[in-house]
Design a protein around this ligand. Structure first.
Ligand code: UFG
Length: 340
């Protein structure tokens, strides 16, 4: 049964049918928030939205947004509706600026018109580009090296101006490498095409992918492969909830880096996948992928201290095990024609 959003604090989750958004909707429901999802299903999945209203549409549609804000009294908006492929952003930057920047401005405009002045924004470690220092603190220079990262940094800057001028309060959460799946096994990662290391390795482990390419073995790292800070999707959602509560309590705008503060090389991830799954995961060693920084590791002191965020599923084995449980459910009880 649908809960009427007027009975409790209602949150609009845009991109709530996608990977991180769908996990967030589940946590919001569990935490007693009324939730409405707006998603154009360009990357999300209808069946990832359970027992909350799903409005199929775009954040670029000002008319639809006005209608939605008139119908519900939202306490806040959470924004997960971005395009996320770095490579695609290089070949088709217009697509990224149109959605990640321009459509976000349309959403912010609709929020202002409706007097909804709290915003949680999915940003990215990509705002830092090639950082000079590790671990990466929030105040390191922002030098994004691709349109994806630039679109995220532009929105962060817009949000600073909107706070100053209009009093719109925003929490920007810069994800490092989001991974893992719902510990209950109900939700998980389903990108098309999949480009992320862990799900690709798990597809190889389950036999639905022949091999995975390792992009570069000549980096200046101990084993020559890139180092990343993998963070569980459930822990990311916990940080969003803490950020939301901060804003609902009248807190100020802020930006946080979200990772576990520990880096793993591509080879270490491969070893972990082999260990957790007990399966073969064939790999091919290839040239570097353009634009990959050698190391990205978060300094999460601020998120711990200010938000009180304590990741519960920080171990790489746990992240991989939860993602593996999800991969083993493939094709998630549905037919391919269902758009998984
Ligand atoms: N990798 C491979 N083979 C693959 C896929 C990835 O070797 O088939 C390597 C990459 O080169 C990289 C590491 O595995 O070194 C992780 O790659 P992912 O594609 O899983 O993730 P990225 O670190 O490239 O990207 C993530 C987010 C982006 C975000 C970026 C911030 O997915 O949205 O972090 O830098 F922009």
């Amino acid at each position: 049964m649908l809960r009427k959003t007027k009975d409790c604090l209602a949150i609009l989750v845009v991109g709530g049918a996608g990977y991180i958004g769908s996990h967030m909707v589940k946590l919001l429901r569990r935490s007693g928030f009324g939730t409405v999802v707006l998603d154009d299903l360009s990357g999300g999945h209808r069946d990832a939205v359970r027992d909350v209203p799903l409005v199929v549409g775009s954040i670029a549609d000002a008319g639809l947004l006005a209608e939605l804000f008139a119908r519900h009294r939202f306490a806040a908006v959470m924004h997960f509706a971005s395009f996320i492929q770095v490579g695609e952003s290089m070949s088709d930057p217009g697509k990224y600026y149109a959605n990640n920047l321009a459509a976000t401005l349309t959403l912010l405009g609709a929020m202002r018109d409706a007097g909804v002045m709290r915003f949680i924004f999915s940003s990215s470690a990509a705002v830092f580009g090639h950082p000079d220092r590790l671990p990466i603190r929030e105040d390191l220079p922002k030098r994004p090296i691709n349109p994806y990262g630039r679109s995220k940094w532009m929105v962060e800057q817009v949000l600073e101006d909107y706070d100053r001028a209009y009093g719109l309060k925003a929490i920007c959460l810069r994800y490092f490498n989001a991974a893992g799946a719902d510990p209950d096994g109900e939700l998980g990662e389903r990108h098309h095409p999949e480009t992320h290391l862990i799900p690709l390795l798990l597809q190889a482990a389950s036999g639905r992918r022949e091999a995975v390419s390792v992009f570069g073995t000549d980096y200046d790292t101990p084993d020559g492969t890139c180092i990343r800070d993998y963070v569980h999707v459930a822990d990311l959602c916990d940080a969003h909830l803490l950020g939301l509560r901060r804003l609902l309590d009248g807190g100020e705008s802020a930006r946080f880096n979200l990772g576990n503060g520990q880096g793993f090389s591509v080879k270490e991830v491969i070893d972990t996948v082999r260990h957790v799954t007990g399966r073969r995961t064939p790999v091919r060693y290839e040239a570097r992928r353009p634009g990959d920084p050698p190391r990205l590791v978060a300094d999460t002191t601020l998120a711990h201290g200010v938000l009180g965020w304590m990741p519960q599923r920080a171990k790489l084995e746990t992240i991989v095990a939860d993602a593996w449980a999800w991969e083993r459910k493939y094709p998630w009880g549905r037919a391919a024609s269902d758009g998984f």
